[in-house]
Design a protein around this ligand. Structure first.
Ligand code: SAM
Length: 245
């Protein structure tokens, strides 16, 4: 079966997303390196650099759709162990892989893993210094609800950062990227993860996601100020930033 995402209702979409990540959880990190040729590490580093978590004072961040912990670990490491992070994800299998990784890196004192939905976060209003979400918001059925929740859980003065696949704005690269994503990614997903359909879904969801300017406008509409974005690798990915003031 292939995922016809245009036709499914929002509740069904979440169910499909959950099935994909339950299935790939144990191979997720390996597949990321493989499919992006390690680029996802560079992009994640860029997001955490832009956040610049302070190493001199207490800082509590929330990483939504945080999966196996990549962003949270980087934030804690960059703060020299001062920051605390909560990884919130809807998928227990991804969180379990994350907990194990945190233990191995001796970061389990700073990083907590909590199951929850980005559209209805299980946290009090005004709690966090930063809200991050990497390659996650695209999977959430109601993006506007997730943005509203991001705004709600941040302290005044808190920072919103979102890393997501975006629209390539470089001639020729866009053609190469189309070929790579429509043909190579599902094929590799078939070989390495035995799961061509999940990776076909991945590519389809990237196509449907709003481009840089439109997404910036959605973030403004959720209440954020000073919204701006930076393209990464010619727009294959982009980081959007905003502030709750
Ligand atoms: N942030 C991690 C990273 O960059 O490696 C994981 C990204 S992974 C591509 C997408 C994650 O979004 C999955 O772990 C999935 O379970 C999670 N997710 C999907 N829908 C969600 C929702 N409604 N609320 C919270 N997390 C969700």
């Amino acid at each position: 079966a292939s995922f016809g995402f245009a036709d499914v209702d929002l509740g069904a979409k979440q169910g499909m997303v959950d099935a994909v990540f339950h299935k790939v959880a144990s191979r997720y990190d390996l597949m990321n390196d493989f499919m992006s040729a390690g680029l996802h590490r560079v992009w994640k580093d860029a997001m955490v650099s832009w956040l610049a978590p302070p190493s001199g004072r207490d800082f509590e961040g929330l990483d939504v759709a945080g999966g196996t912990g990549d962003i949270a670990f980087r934030i804690v490491e960059r703060s020299r162990g001062r920051a605390r992070e909560i990884v919130c994800d809807i998928n227990a299998s991804m969180l379990e892989v994350g907990r194990e990784r945190a233990r191995k890196r001796h970061l389990d004192g700073n990083v907590e893993f909590i199951e929850g939905n980005a559209e209805e976060l299980p946290f009090a209003s005004g709690r966090f210094d930063a809200y991050t979400i990497a390659f996650g918001i695209r999977n959430v059925p109601r993006i506007d609800e997730a943005l509203k929740e991001a705004y709600r859980v941040l302290k005044p003065g808190g920072r919103f950062l979102c890393l997501e696949f975006s629209a390539v704005d470089v001639p020729v690269l866009d053609k190469i990227y189309d070929l790579y994503s429509f043909h190579a990614i599902p094929a590799m997903g078939g070989v390495v993860a035995g799961d061509k359909d999940s990776y076909r879904y991945l590519v389809e969801s990237i196509r449907r996601f709003p481009h840089q300017e439109r997404f910036a406008e959605m973030i403004r509409r959720a209440g954020f100020a000073r919204v701006e974005y930076r393209n990464l690798t010619g727009g294959i990915a982009a980081i959007h930033s905003g502030w709750k003031i």
